[in-house]
Design a protein around this ligand. Structure first.
Ligand SMILES: Cc1cc2nc3c(=O)[nH]c(=O)nc-3n(C[C@H](O)[C@H](O)[C@H](O)COP(=O)(O)OP(=O)(O)OC[C@H]3O[C@@H](n4cnc5c(N)ncnc54)[C@H](O)[C@@H]3O)c2cc1C
Length: 270
């Protein structure tokens, strides 16, 4: 790693001030993406601004049909939260499927959402659950937040403070894990809301997470695996890499969508 200045602010205002005063700063949450990137010398921020002591970024709360999760909440905390498990059990299961125990106890939902890895789990839940990403400056609908590979609507220095999810009538998640990294090669989150069904796919899109309109129409009547039997997922726009071709991923999306649709109320992890 290159030399870097380490800061540990105790408020959002202090963090933002440190960021704007530095040459090339980066925020640090769980560090499970940023630190490996720095170790590989792919990133060399002049200043690391550790967010983990900022109380404004913590907490889980449900009020009406809104579930709020603070940006610093670790994947393990989401998975174990009685509030999340009671409101959206598939979301708790999704969090429990991320990486391994070390990753889940350090990695945070805010870091994951801000990083927008095309294979991260949470972006699919955020799109399907009509989430809003709240920052120290504004609120951004998930529909407008994920703008491409590792790219988001966040401006330089903007801090994700919390994510609010719309509690659905029911939800399910189907995830096929890369056996080495445990990131999804295809992760399909289905949520049934009063005004329709949302289906979002992660792990497969060349531009990152996306909604699958054909699956949403097919499930509009009733949610079942059979309702997706005629689904034909277009391989155009899907990733091809050493782990699988676009055609393989297209088939995997259909299979994971059917697993999710046939097992609403939880996540099916393969
Ligand atoms: C071995 C391994 C396996 C993994 N498997 C999975 C998996 O199966 N599924 C999955 O989804 N993820 C997986 N991950 C990623 C893991 O979930 C990370 O925790 C996550 O990507 C980043 O969260 P973090 O808190 O560690 O962020 P950090 O590494 O601290 O930060 C990541 C990026 O986000 C920025 N950032 C962090 N917090 C904020 C904030 N509040 N506001 C604005 N910007 C911020 C940072 O500046 C940095 O650019 C895996 C990671 C590893 C190392």
């Amino acid at each position: 790693m290159y030399e870097t200045n380490y800061h540990r602010p105790s408020s959002l205002a202090e963090a933002a001030q440190l960021f704007s005063g530095a040459d090339d700063a980066a925020y640090l949450s769980g560090g499970h993406t940023l630190i490996p990137t720095m170790k590989q010398r792919l990133a060399a921020p002049s200043d690391l601004i550790d967010l983990t002591r900022i109380a404004e970024l913590t907490g889980i709360d449900q009020s009406g049909d809104t579930l709020t999760i603070g940006a610093l909440t670790t994947h393990a905390e989401v998975a174990a939260s009685p509030a999340v498990r009671s409101a959206i059990p598939a979301l708790a299961d999704l969090a429990g499927s991320i990486g391994d125990s070390q990753v889940r106890h350090r990695g945070t939902i805010g870091g994951s959402i801000a990083n927008n890895d095309p294979a991260a789990d949470y972006p699919s839940a955020a799109l399907a659950l009509v989430a809003t990403i709240h920052t120290d400056k504004r609120s951004i609908a998930a529909d407008d937040f994920f703008t491409g590979l590792y790219d988001t609507a966040l401006e330089d220095g903007e801090i994700v403070t919390k994510i609010t999810f719309k509690v659905p009538a029911e939800a399910g998640y189907g995830k096929f894990r890369n056996p080495a990294s445990r990131y999804p090669m295809a992760g399909v989150f289905i949520a049934k809301h009063g005004d329709g069904v949302r289906v979002a796919v992660t792990g497969s899109g060349s531009d990152g997470v996306f909604r699958l309109a054909d699956a949403e129409s097919a499930l509009a009547g009733a949610i079942s695996a059979d309702a997706l039997s005629a689904l034909n997922v277009d391989a155009g726009g899907l990733m091809s890499d050493i782990h699988g071709s676009a055609a393989y991923r297209a088939n995997l999306i259909k299979v994971m969508a059917q697993r999710a649709a046939g097992n609403m109320g939880k996540a099916i992890i393969v």
